[in-house]
Design a protein around this ligand. Structure first.
Ligand SMILES: Cc1cc2nc3c(=O)[nH]c(=O)nc-3n(C[C@H](O)[C@H](O)[C@H](O)COP(=O)(O)OP(=O)(O)OC[C@H]3O[C@@H](n4cnc5c(N)ncnc54)[C@H](O)[C@@H]3O)c2cc1C
Length: 385
């Protein structure tokens, strides 16, 4: 059957472009691909951070890396050495630039900007048909990365909402060698809230206020807390705002996501709202890179595109239990995170969060956490699909 393209990618963000870059590397057979992206141009709209090694995808393009981070709560502060697996920061600018450079040398993959998909693809006569602003397109396979809109509050066990400003301060106020991973000084008993600071130099930093809660928060709802966090760190010195970022990440999807238009294996839904985000952290960048490599391999060998893999049972269960504990007892979160990173198992925790955890890491993590809240939660049957 003749079709216009072999692969149609809906949405050219992190997942769509990561897949395109992986396909471009398979020089034996790069499928004819069309990416439809609604934005007219890419902006430096986010930073992606991850723990990794020199050979981790995009570690070499990272603009910053730190070998220390700290966790603080109620007068307690712990500094953790992570030089074995530094914390890398990749700007969206760097990522989009790398993608554009790859696509510029891969004529088989075309990116169409300012192209908003309004109709759902239809499957008939063995192929997909989509009405676009430039007319109909047919494709053998579709990878749909469009985020779910509107967000349904019950779609996740918890939501991670954050709002951040990158600021340049008139005086050196930041410790550029140490990330403030979680500072719980603004925590209250009804929500898990902390400040996150990526110090880019002694005068420049991305300061974010983050909330884990059962409902998502808008940037307006987080603005006052963010202002307080910035004032606390700039000690009254003047500063200028360089840019802002806001995110709402699902933590533990509950299965309420919109299904794809068909169960046909030639159509998959992927990305942040389709299993890319790690339940316990909301982090998705590295998981997207792994999925993109696997999916490109499957497509290049003539197979169907693939979805994000299901959570391995033990890790999924541990994430679910942890989320249920902080969902129903948010006041415990500062103490739990301090225990996690400060109980002598921090390297194991980093491996666990980076998804390279071994059974011994899982056991060590279970051991360092206070057992009471977890046992209580177990007996009250965690609500998890
Ligand atoms: C501000 C921010 C910071 C983050 N930081 C981290 C981090 O530090 N570490 C980490 O691991 N994860 C992080 N994440 C989470 C995750 O890695 C990102 O959200 C990532 O961009 C998800 O990739 P995606 O492809 O699913 O979504 P996106 O990158 O958002 O891509 C979806 C694309 O679809 C397009 N689109 C939407 N609707 C349509 C339509 N109708 N027609 C055409 N195109 C459409 C959008 O314009 C967008 O380009 C962050 C998220 C945000 C928002």
């Amino acid at each position: 059957m003749q079709h216009d393209v072999e692969l149609l990618i809906l949405g050219g963000g992190c997942a769509g472009l990561s897949l395109a870059m992986q396909l471009a590397q398979r020089c034996h057979h790069v499928p004819s691909t069309l990416i439809l992206e609604q934005r007219a141009c890419y902006e430096n709209d986010r930073t992606w951070c991850f723990w990794g090694y020199a050979e981790t995808p995009f570690a070499q393009q990272a603009t910053h890396q730190w070998h220390r981070f700290k966790i603080a709560s109620a007068g307690q502060e712990r500094r953790i050495d992570c030089s074995v697996t530094p914390y890398f920061m990749l700007t969206a600018d760097q990522f989009y630039r790398a993608a554009m450079a790859t696509l510029a040398t891969t004529p088989q993959i075309r990116l169409k900007m300012a192209s908003t998909i309004q109709a759902e693809p239809q499957f008939h006569q063995g192929q997909w048909h989509l009405e676009t602003q430039d007319g109909p397109v047919s494709a053998a396979r579709i990878v749909d990365t469009r985020p779910l809109r509107p967000i349904h509050q019950d779609g996740a066990l918890m939501w991670q909402s954050f709002y951040g400003l990158e600021i340049e301060c008139a005086e050196p106020v930041f410790d550029s060698g140490c990330v403030d991973l979680m500072d719980f000084s603004a925590a209250t008993s009804d929500r898990v809230a902390f400040t996150y600071v990526l110090p880019l130099s002694s005068t420049r930093a991305l300061v974010e206020f983050t909330v884990f809660a059962v409902a998502p928060f808008t940037s307006e709802e987080l603005a006052l807390d963010l202002q307080g966090a910035i004032e606390e760190r700039t000690h009254g010195h003047s500063f200028t705002v360089q840019r802002s970022e806001h995110g709402i990440l699902p933590m533990g999807l509950t299965g309420l996501q919109a299904p794809g238009p068909s169960k046909d294996p030639s159509y998959v839904r992927v990305g942040l709202f389709a299993g890319a985000a790690r339940p316990a952290t909301g982090y998705a960048f590295q998981r997207i890179q792994r999925w993109a490599a696997d999916c490109a391999r499957a497509i290049a060998t003539g197979g169907s595109p693939i979805e994000h893999p299901k959570e391995p049972a033990l890790r999924g269960w541990m994430d679910a239990l942890f989320l249920n504990v902080i969902r129903y007892q948010p006041e415990l979160a500062p103490q739990l995170f301090l225990a996690l990173f400060c109980g002598g198992a921090s390297q194991r925790v980093i491996r666990f969060l980076g998804e390279n955890g071994r059974l011994s890491d899982y056991l060590a993590i279970a051991w360092v956490l206070p057992h009471g809240p977890f046992l209580r939660q177990l007996f009250s049957l965690p609500r998890w699909p």
